[in-house]
Design a protein. Structure first.
Length: 243
């Protein structure tokens, strides 16, 4: 499969992301608000919006790194021989963590972790660990039993079988799992504005407080654009890995 053909599935998300990014431009957002019959007020400059997008992306990427470490690690642990008794408990804890709304996690963490990024990162981990854990388990369980048997026949240890056979075969599916986790991280990171973190949720919160629709529209469109662009990047990576 050529690189161009592998990247083709990412085009839809890429185009959607670019269109939404255009909607976040102050002139376009102001025109939309005016078209809705409301007098447009002060809009965010492209430079400020880009700075918020960068901070938002850094926060989401940090959360993804934590989620990947915990989720993939627990997924590997749950699929090891003899760890069957742990699997149910780990899965239940991950499901319980995701059941708590991110806003609630941020609110409860504020007294302990303070304002800014830490409460948001905790919410990201809570919300992203279950799909990452389950995706990793599914990817490892999809590795053909024949591959494991061949590794055993060659004299590979359990650790060597994991690192040389199972994980390489499971990587494309794990990347798809991380794709979902990244999109969730971008969406949840916007909630960090409630804890004082500088994200694309900041203009949404400020717009609600000031009853200014323009920055609300800019923040929402920019957040959605970032999610689509990140999704396109992960689709492209998955496509290249499947070549």
């Amino acid at each position: 499969m050529s690189v161009r053909r592998a990247l083709r599935p990412a085009l839809g998300a890429l185009v959607a992301g670019l269109v939404l990014a255009a909607l976040s431009h102050p002139a376009v957002a102001s025109a939309i608000v005016a078209g809705l019959g409301e007098a447009p007020r002060r809009a965010l400059t492209p430079g400020y919006l880009a700075a918020l997008a960068l901070q938002h992306l850094i926060l989401a990427a940090t959360g993804l790194a934590l989620v990947a470490t915990a989720g993939i690690g627990l997924g590997i642990l749950a699929t090891r021989p003899g760890a069957g008794s742990l699997r149910g408990g780990v899965d239940t804890l991950a499901a319980a963590a995701q059941a708590v709304p991110p806003v609630v996690v941020v609110a409860l963490a504020l007294p302990v972790l303070g304002f800014g990024g830490p409460p948001t990162l905790l919410a990201l981990v809570f919300y992203g660990i279950m799909p990452t854990l389950r995706g990793t388990v599914g990817a490892l369980e999809a590795v053909p039993a024949e591959a494991r048997e061949a590794a055993t026949a060659l004299g590979l240890t359990a650790r060597q079988t994991l690192t040389r056979i199972e994980l390489p075969l499971a990587v494309p599916a794990i990347v798809e799992t991380l794709r979902t986790a990244l999109v969730l991280a971008v969406a949840v990171a916007a909630v960090g504005a409630l804890a004082g973190a500088a994200t694309l949720g900041t203009p949404i919160v400020a717009g609600l407080q000031n009853q200014n629709t323009v920055p609300m529209l800019q923040g929402a469109a920019a957040t959605a654009a970032l999610a689509f662009l990140c999704d396109a990047a992960m689709v492209a990576v998955a496509g290249v890995l499947r070549r």
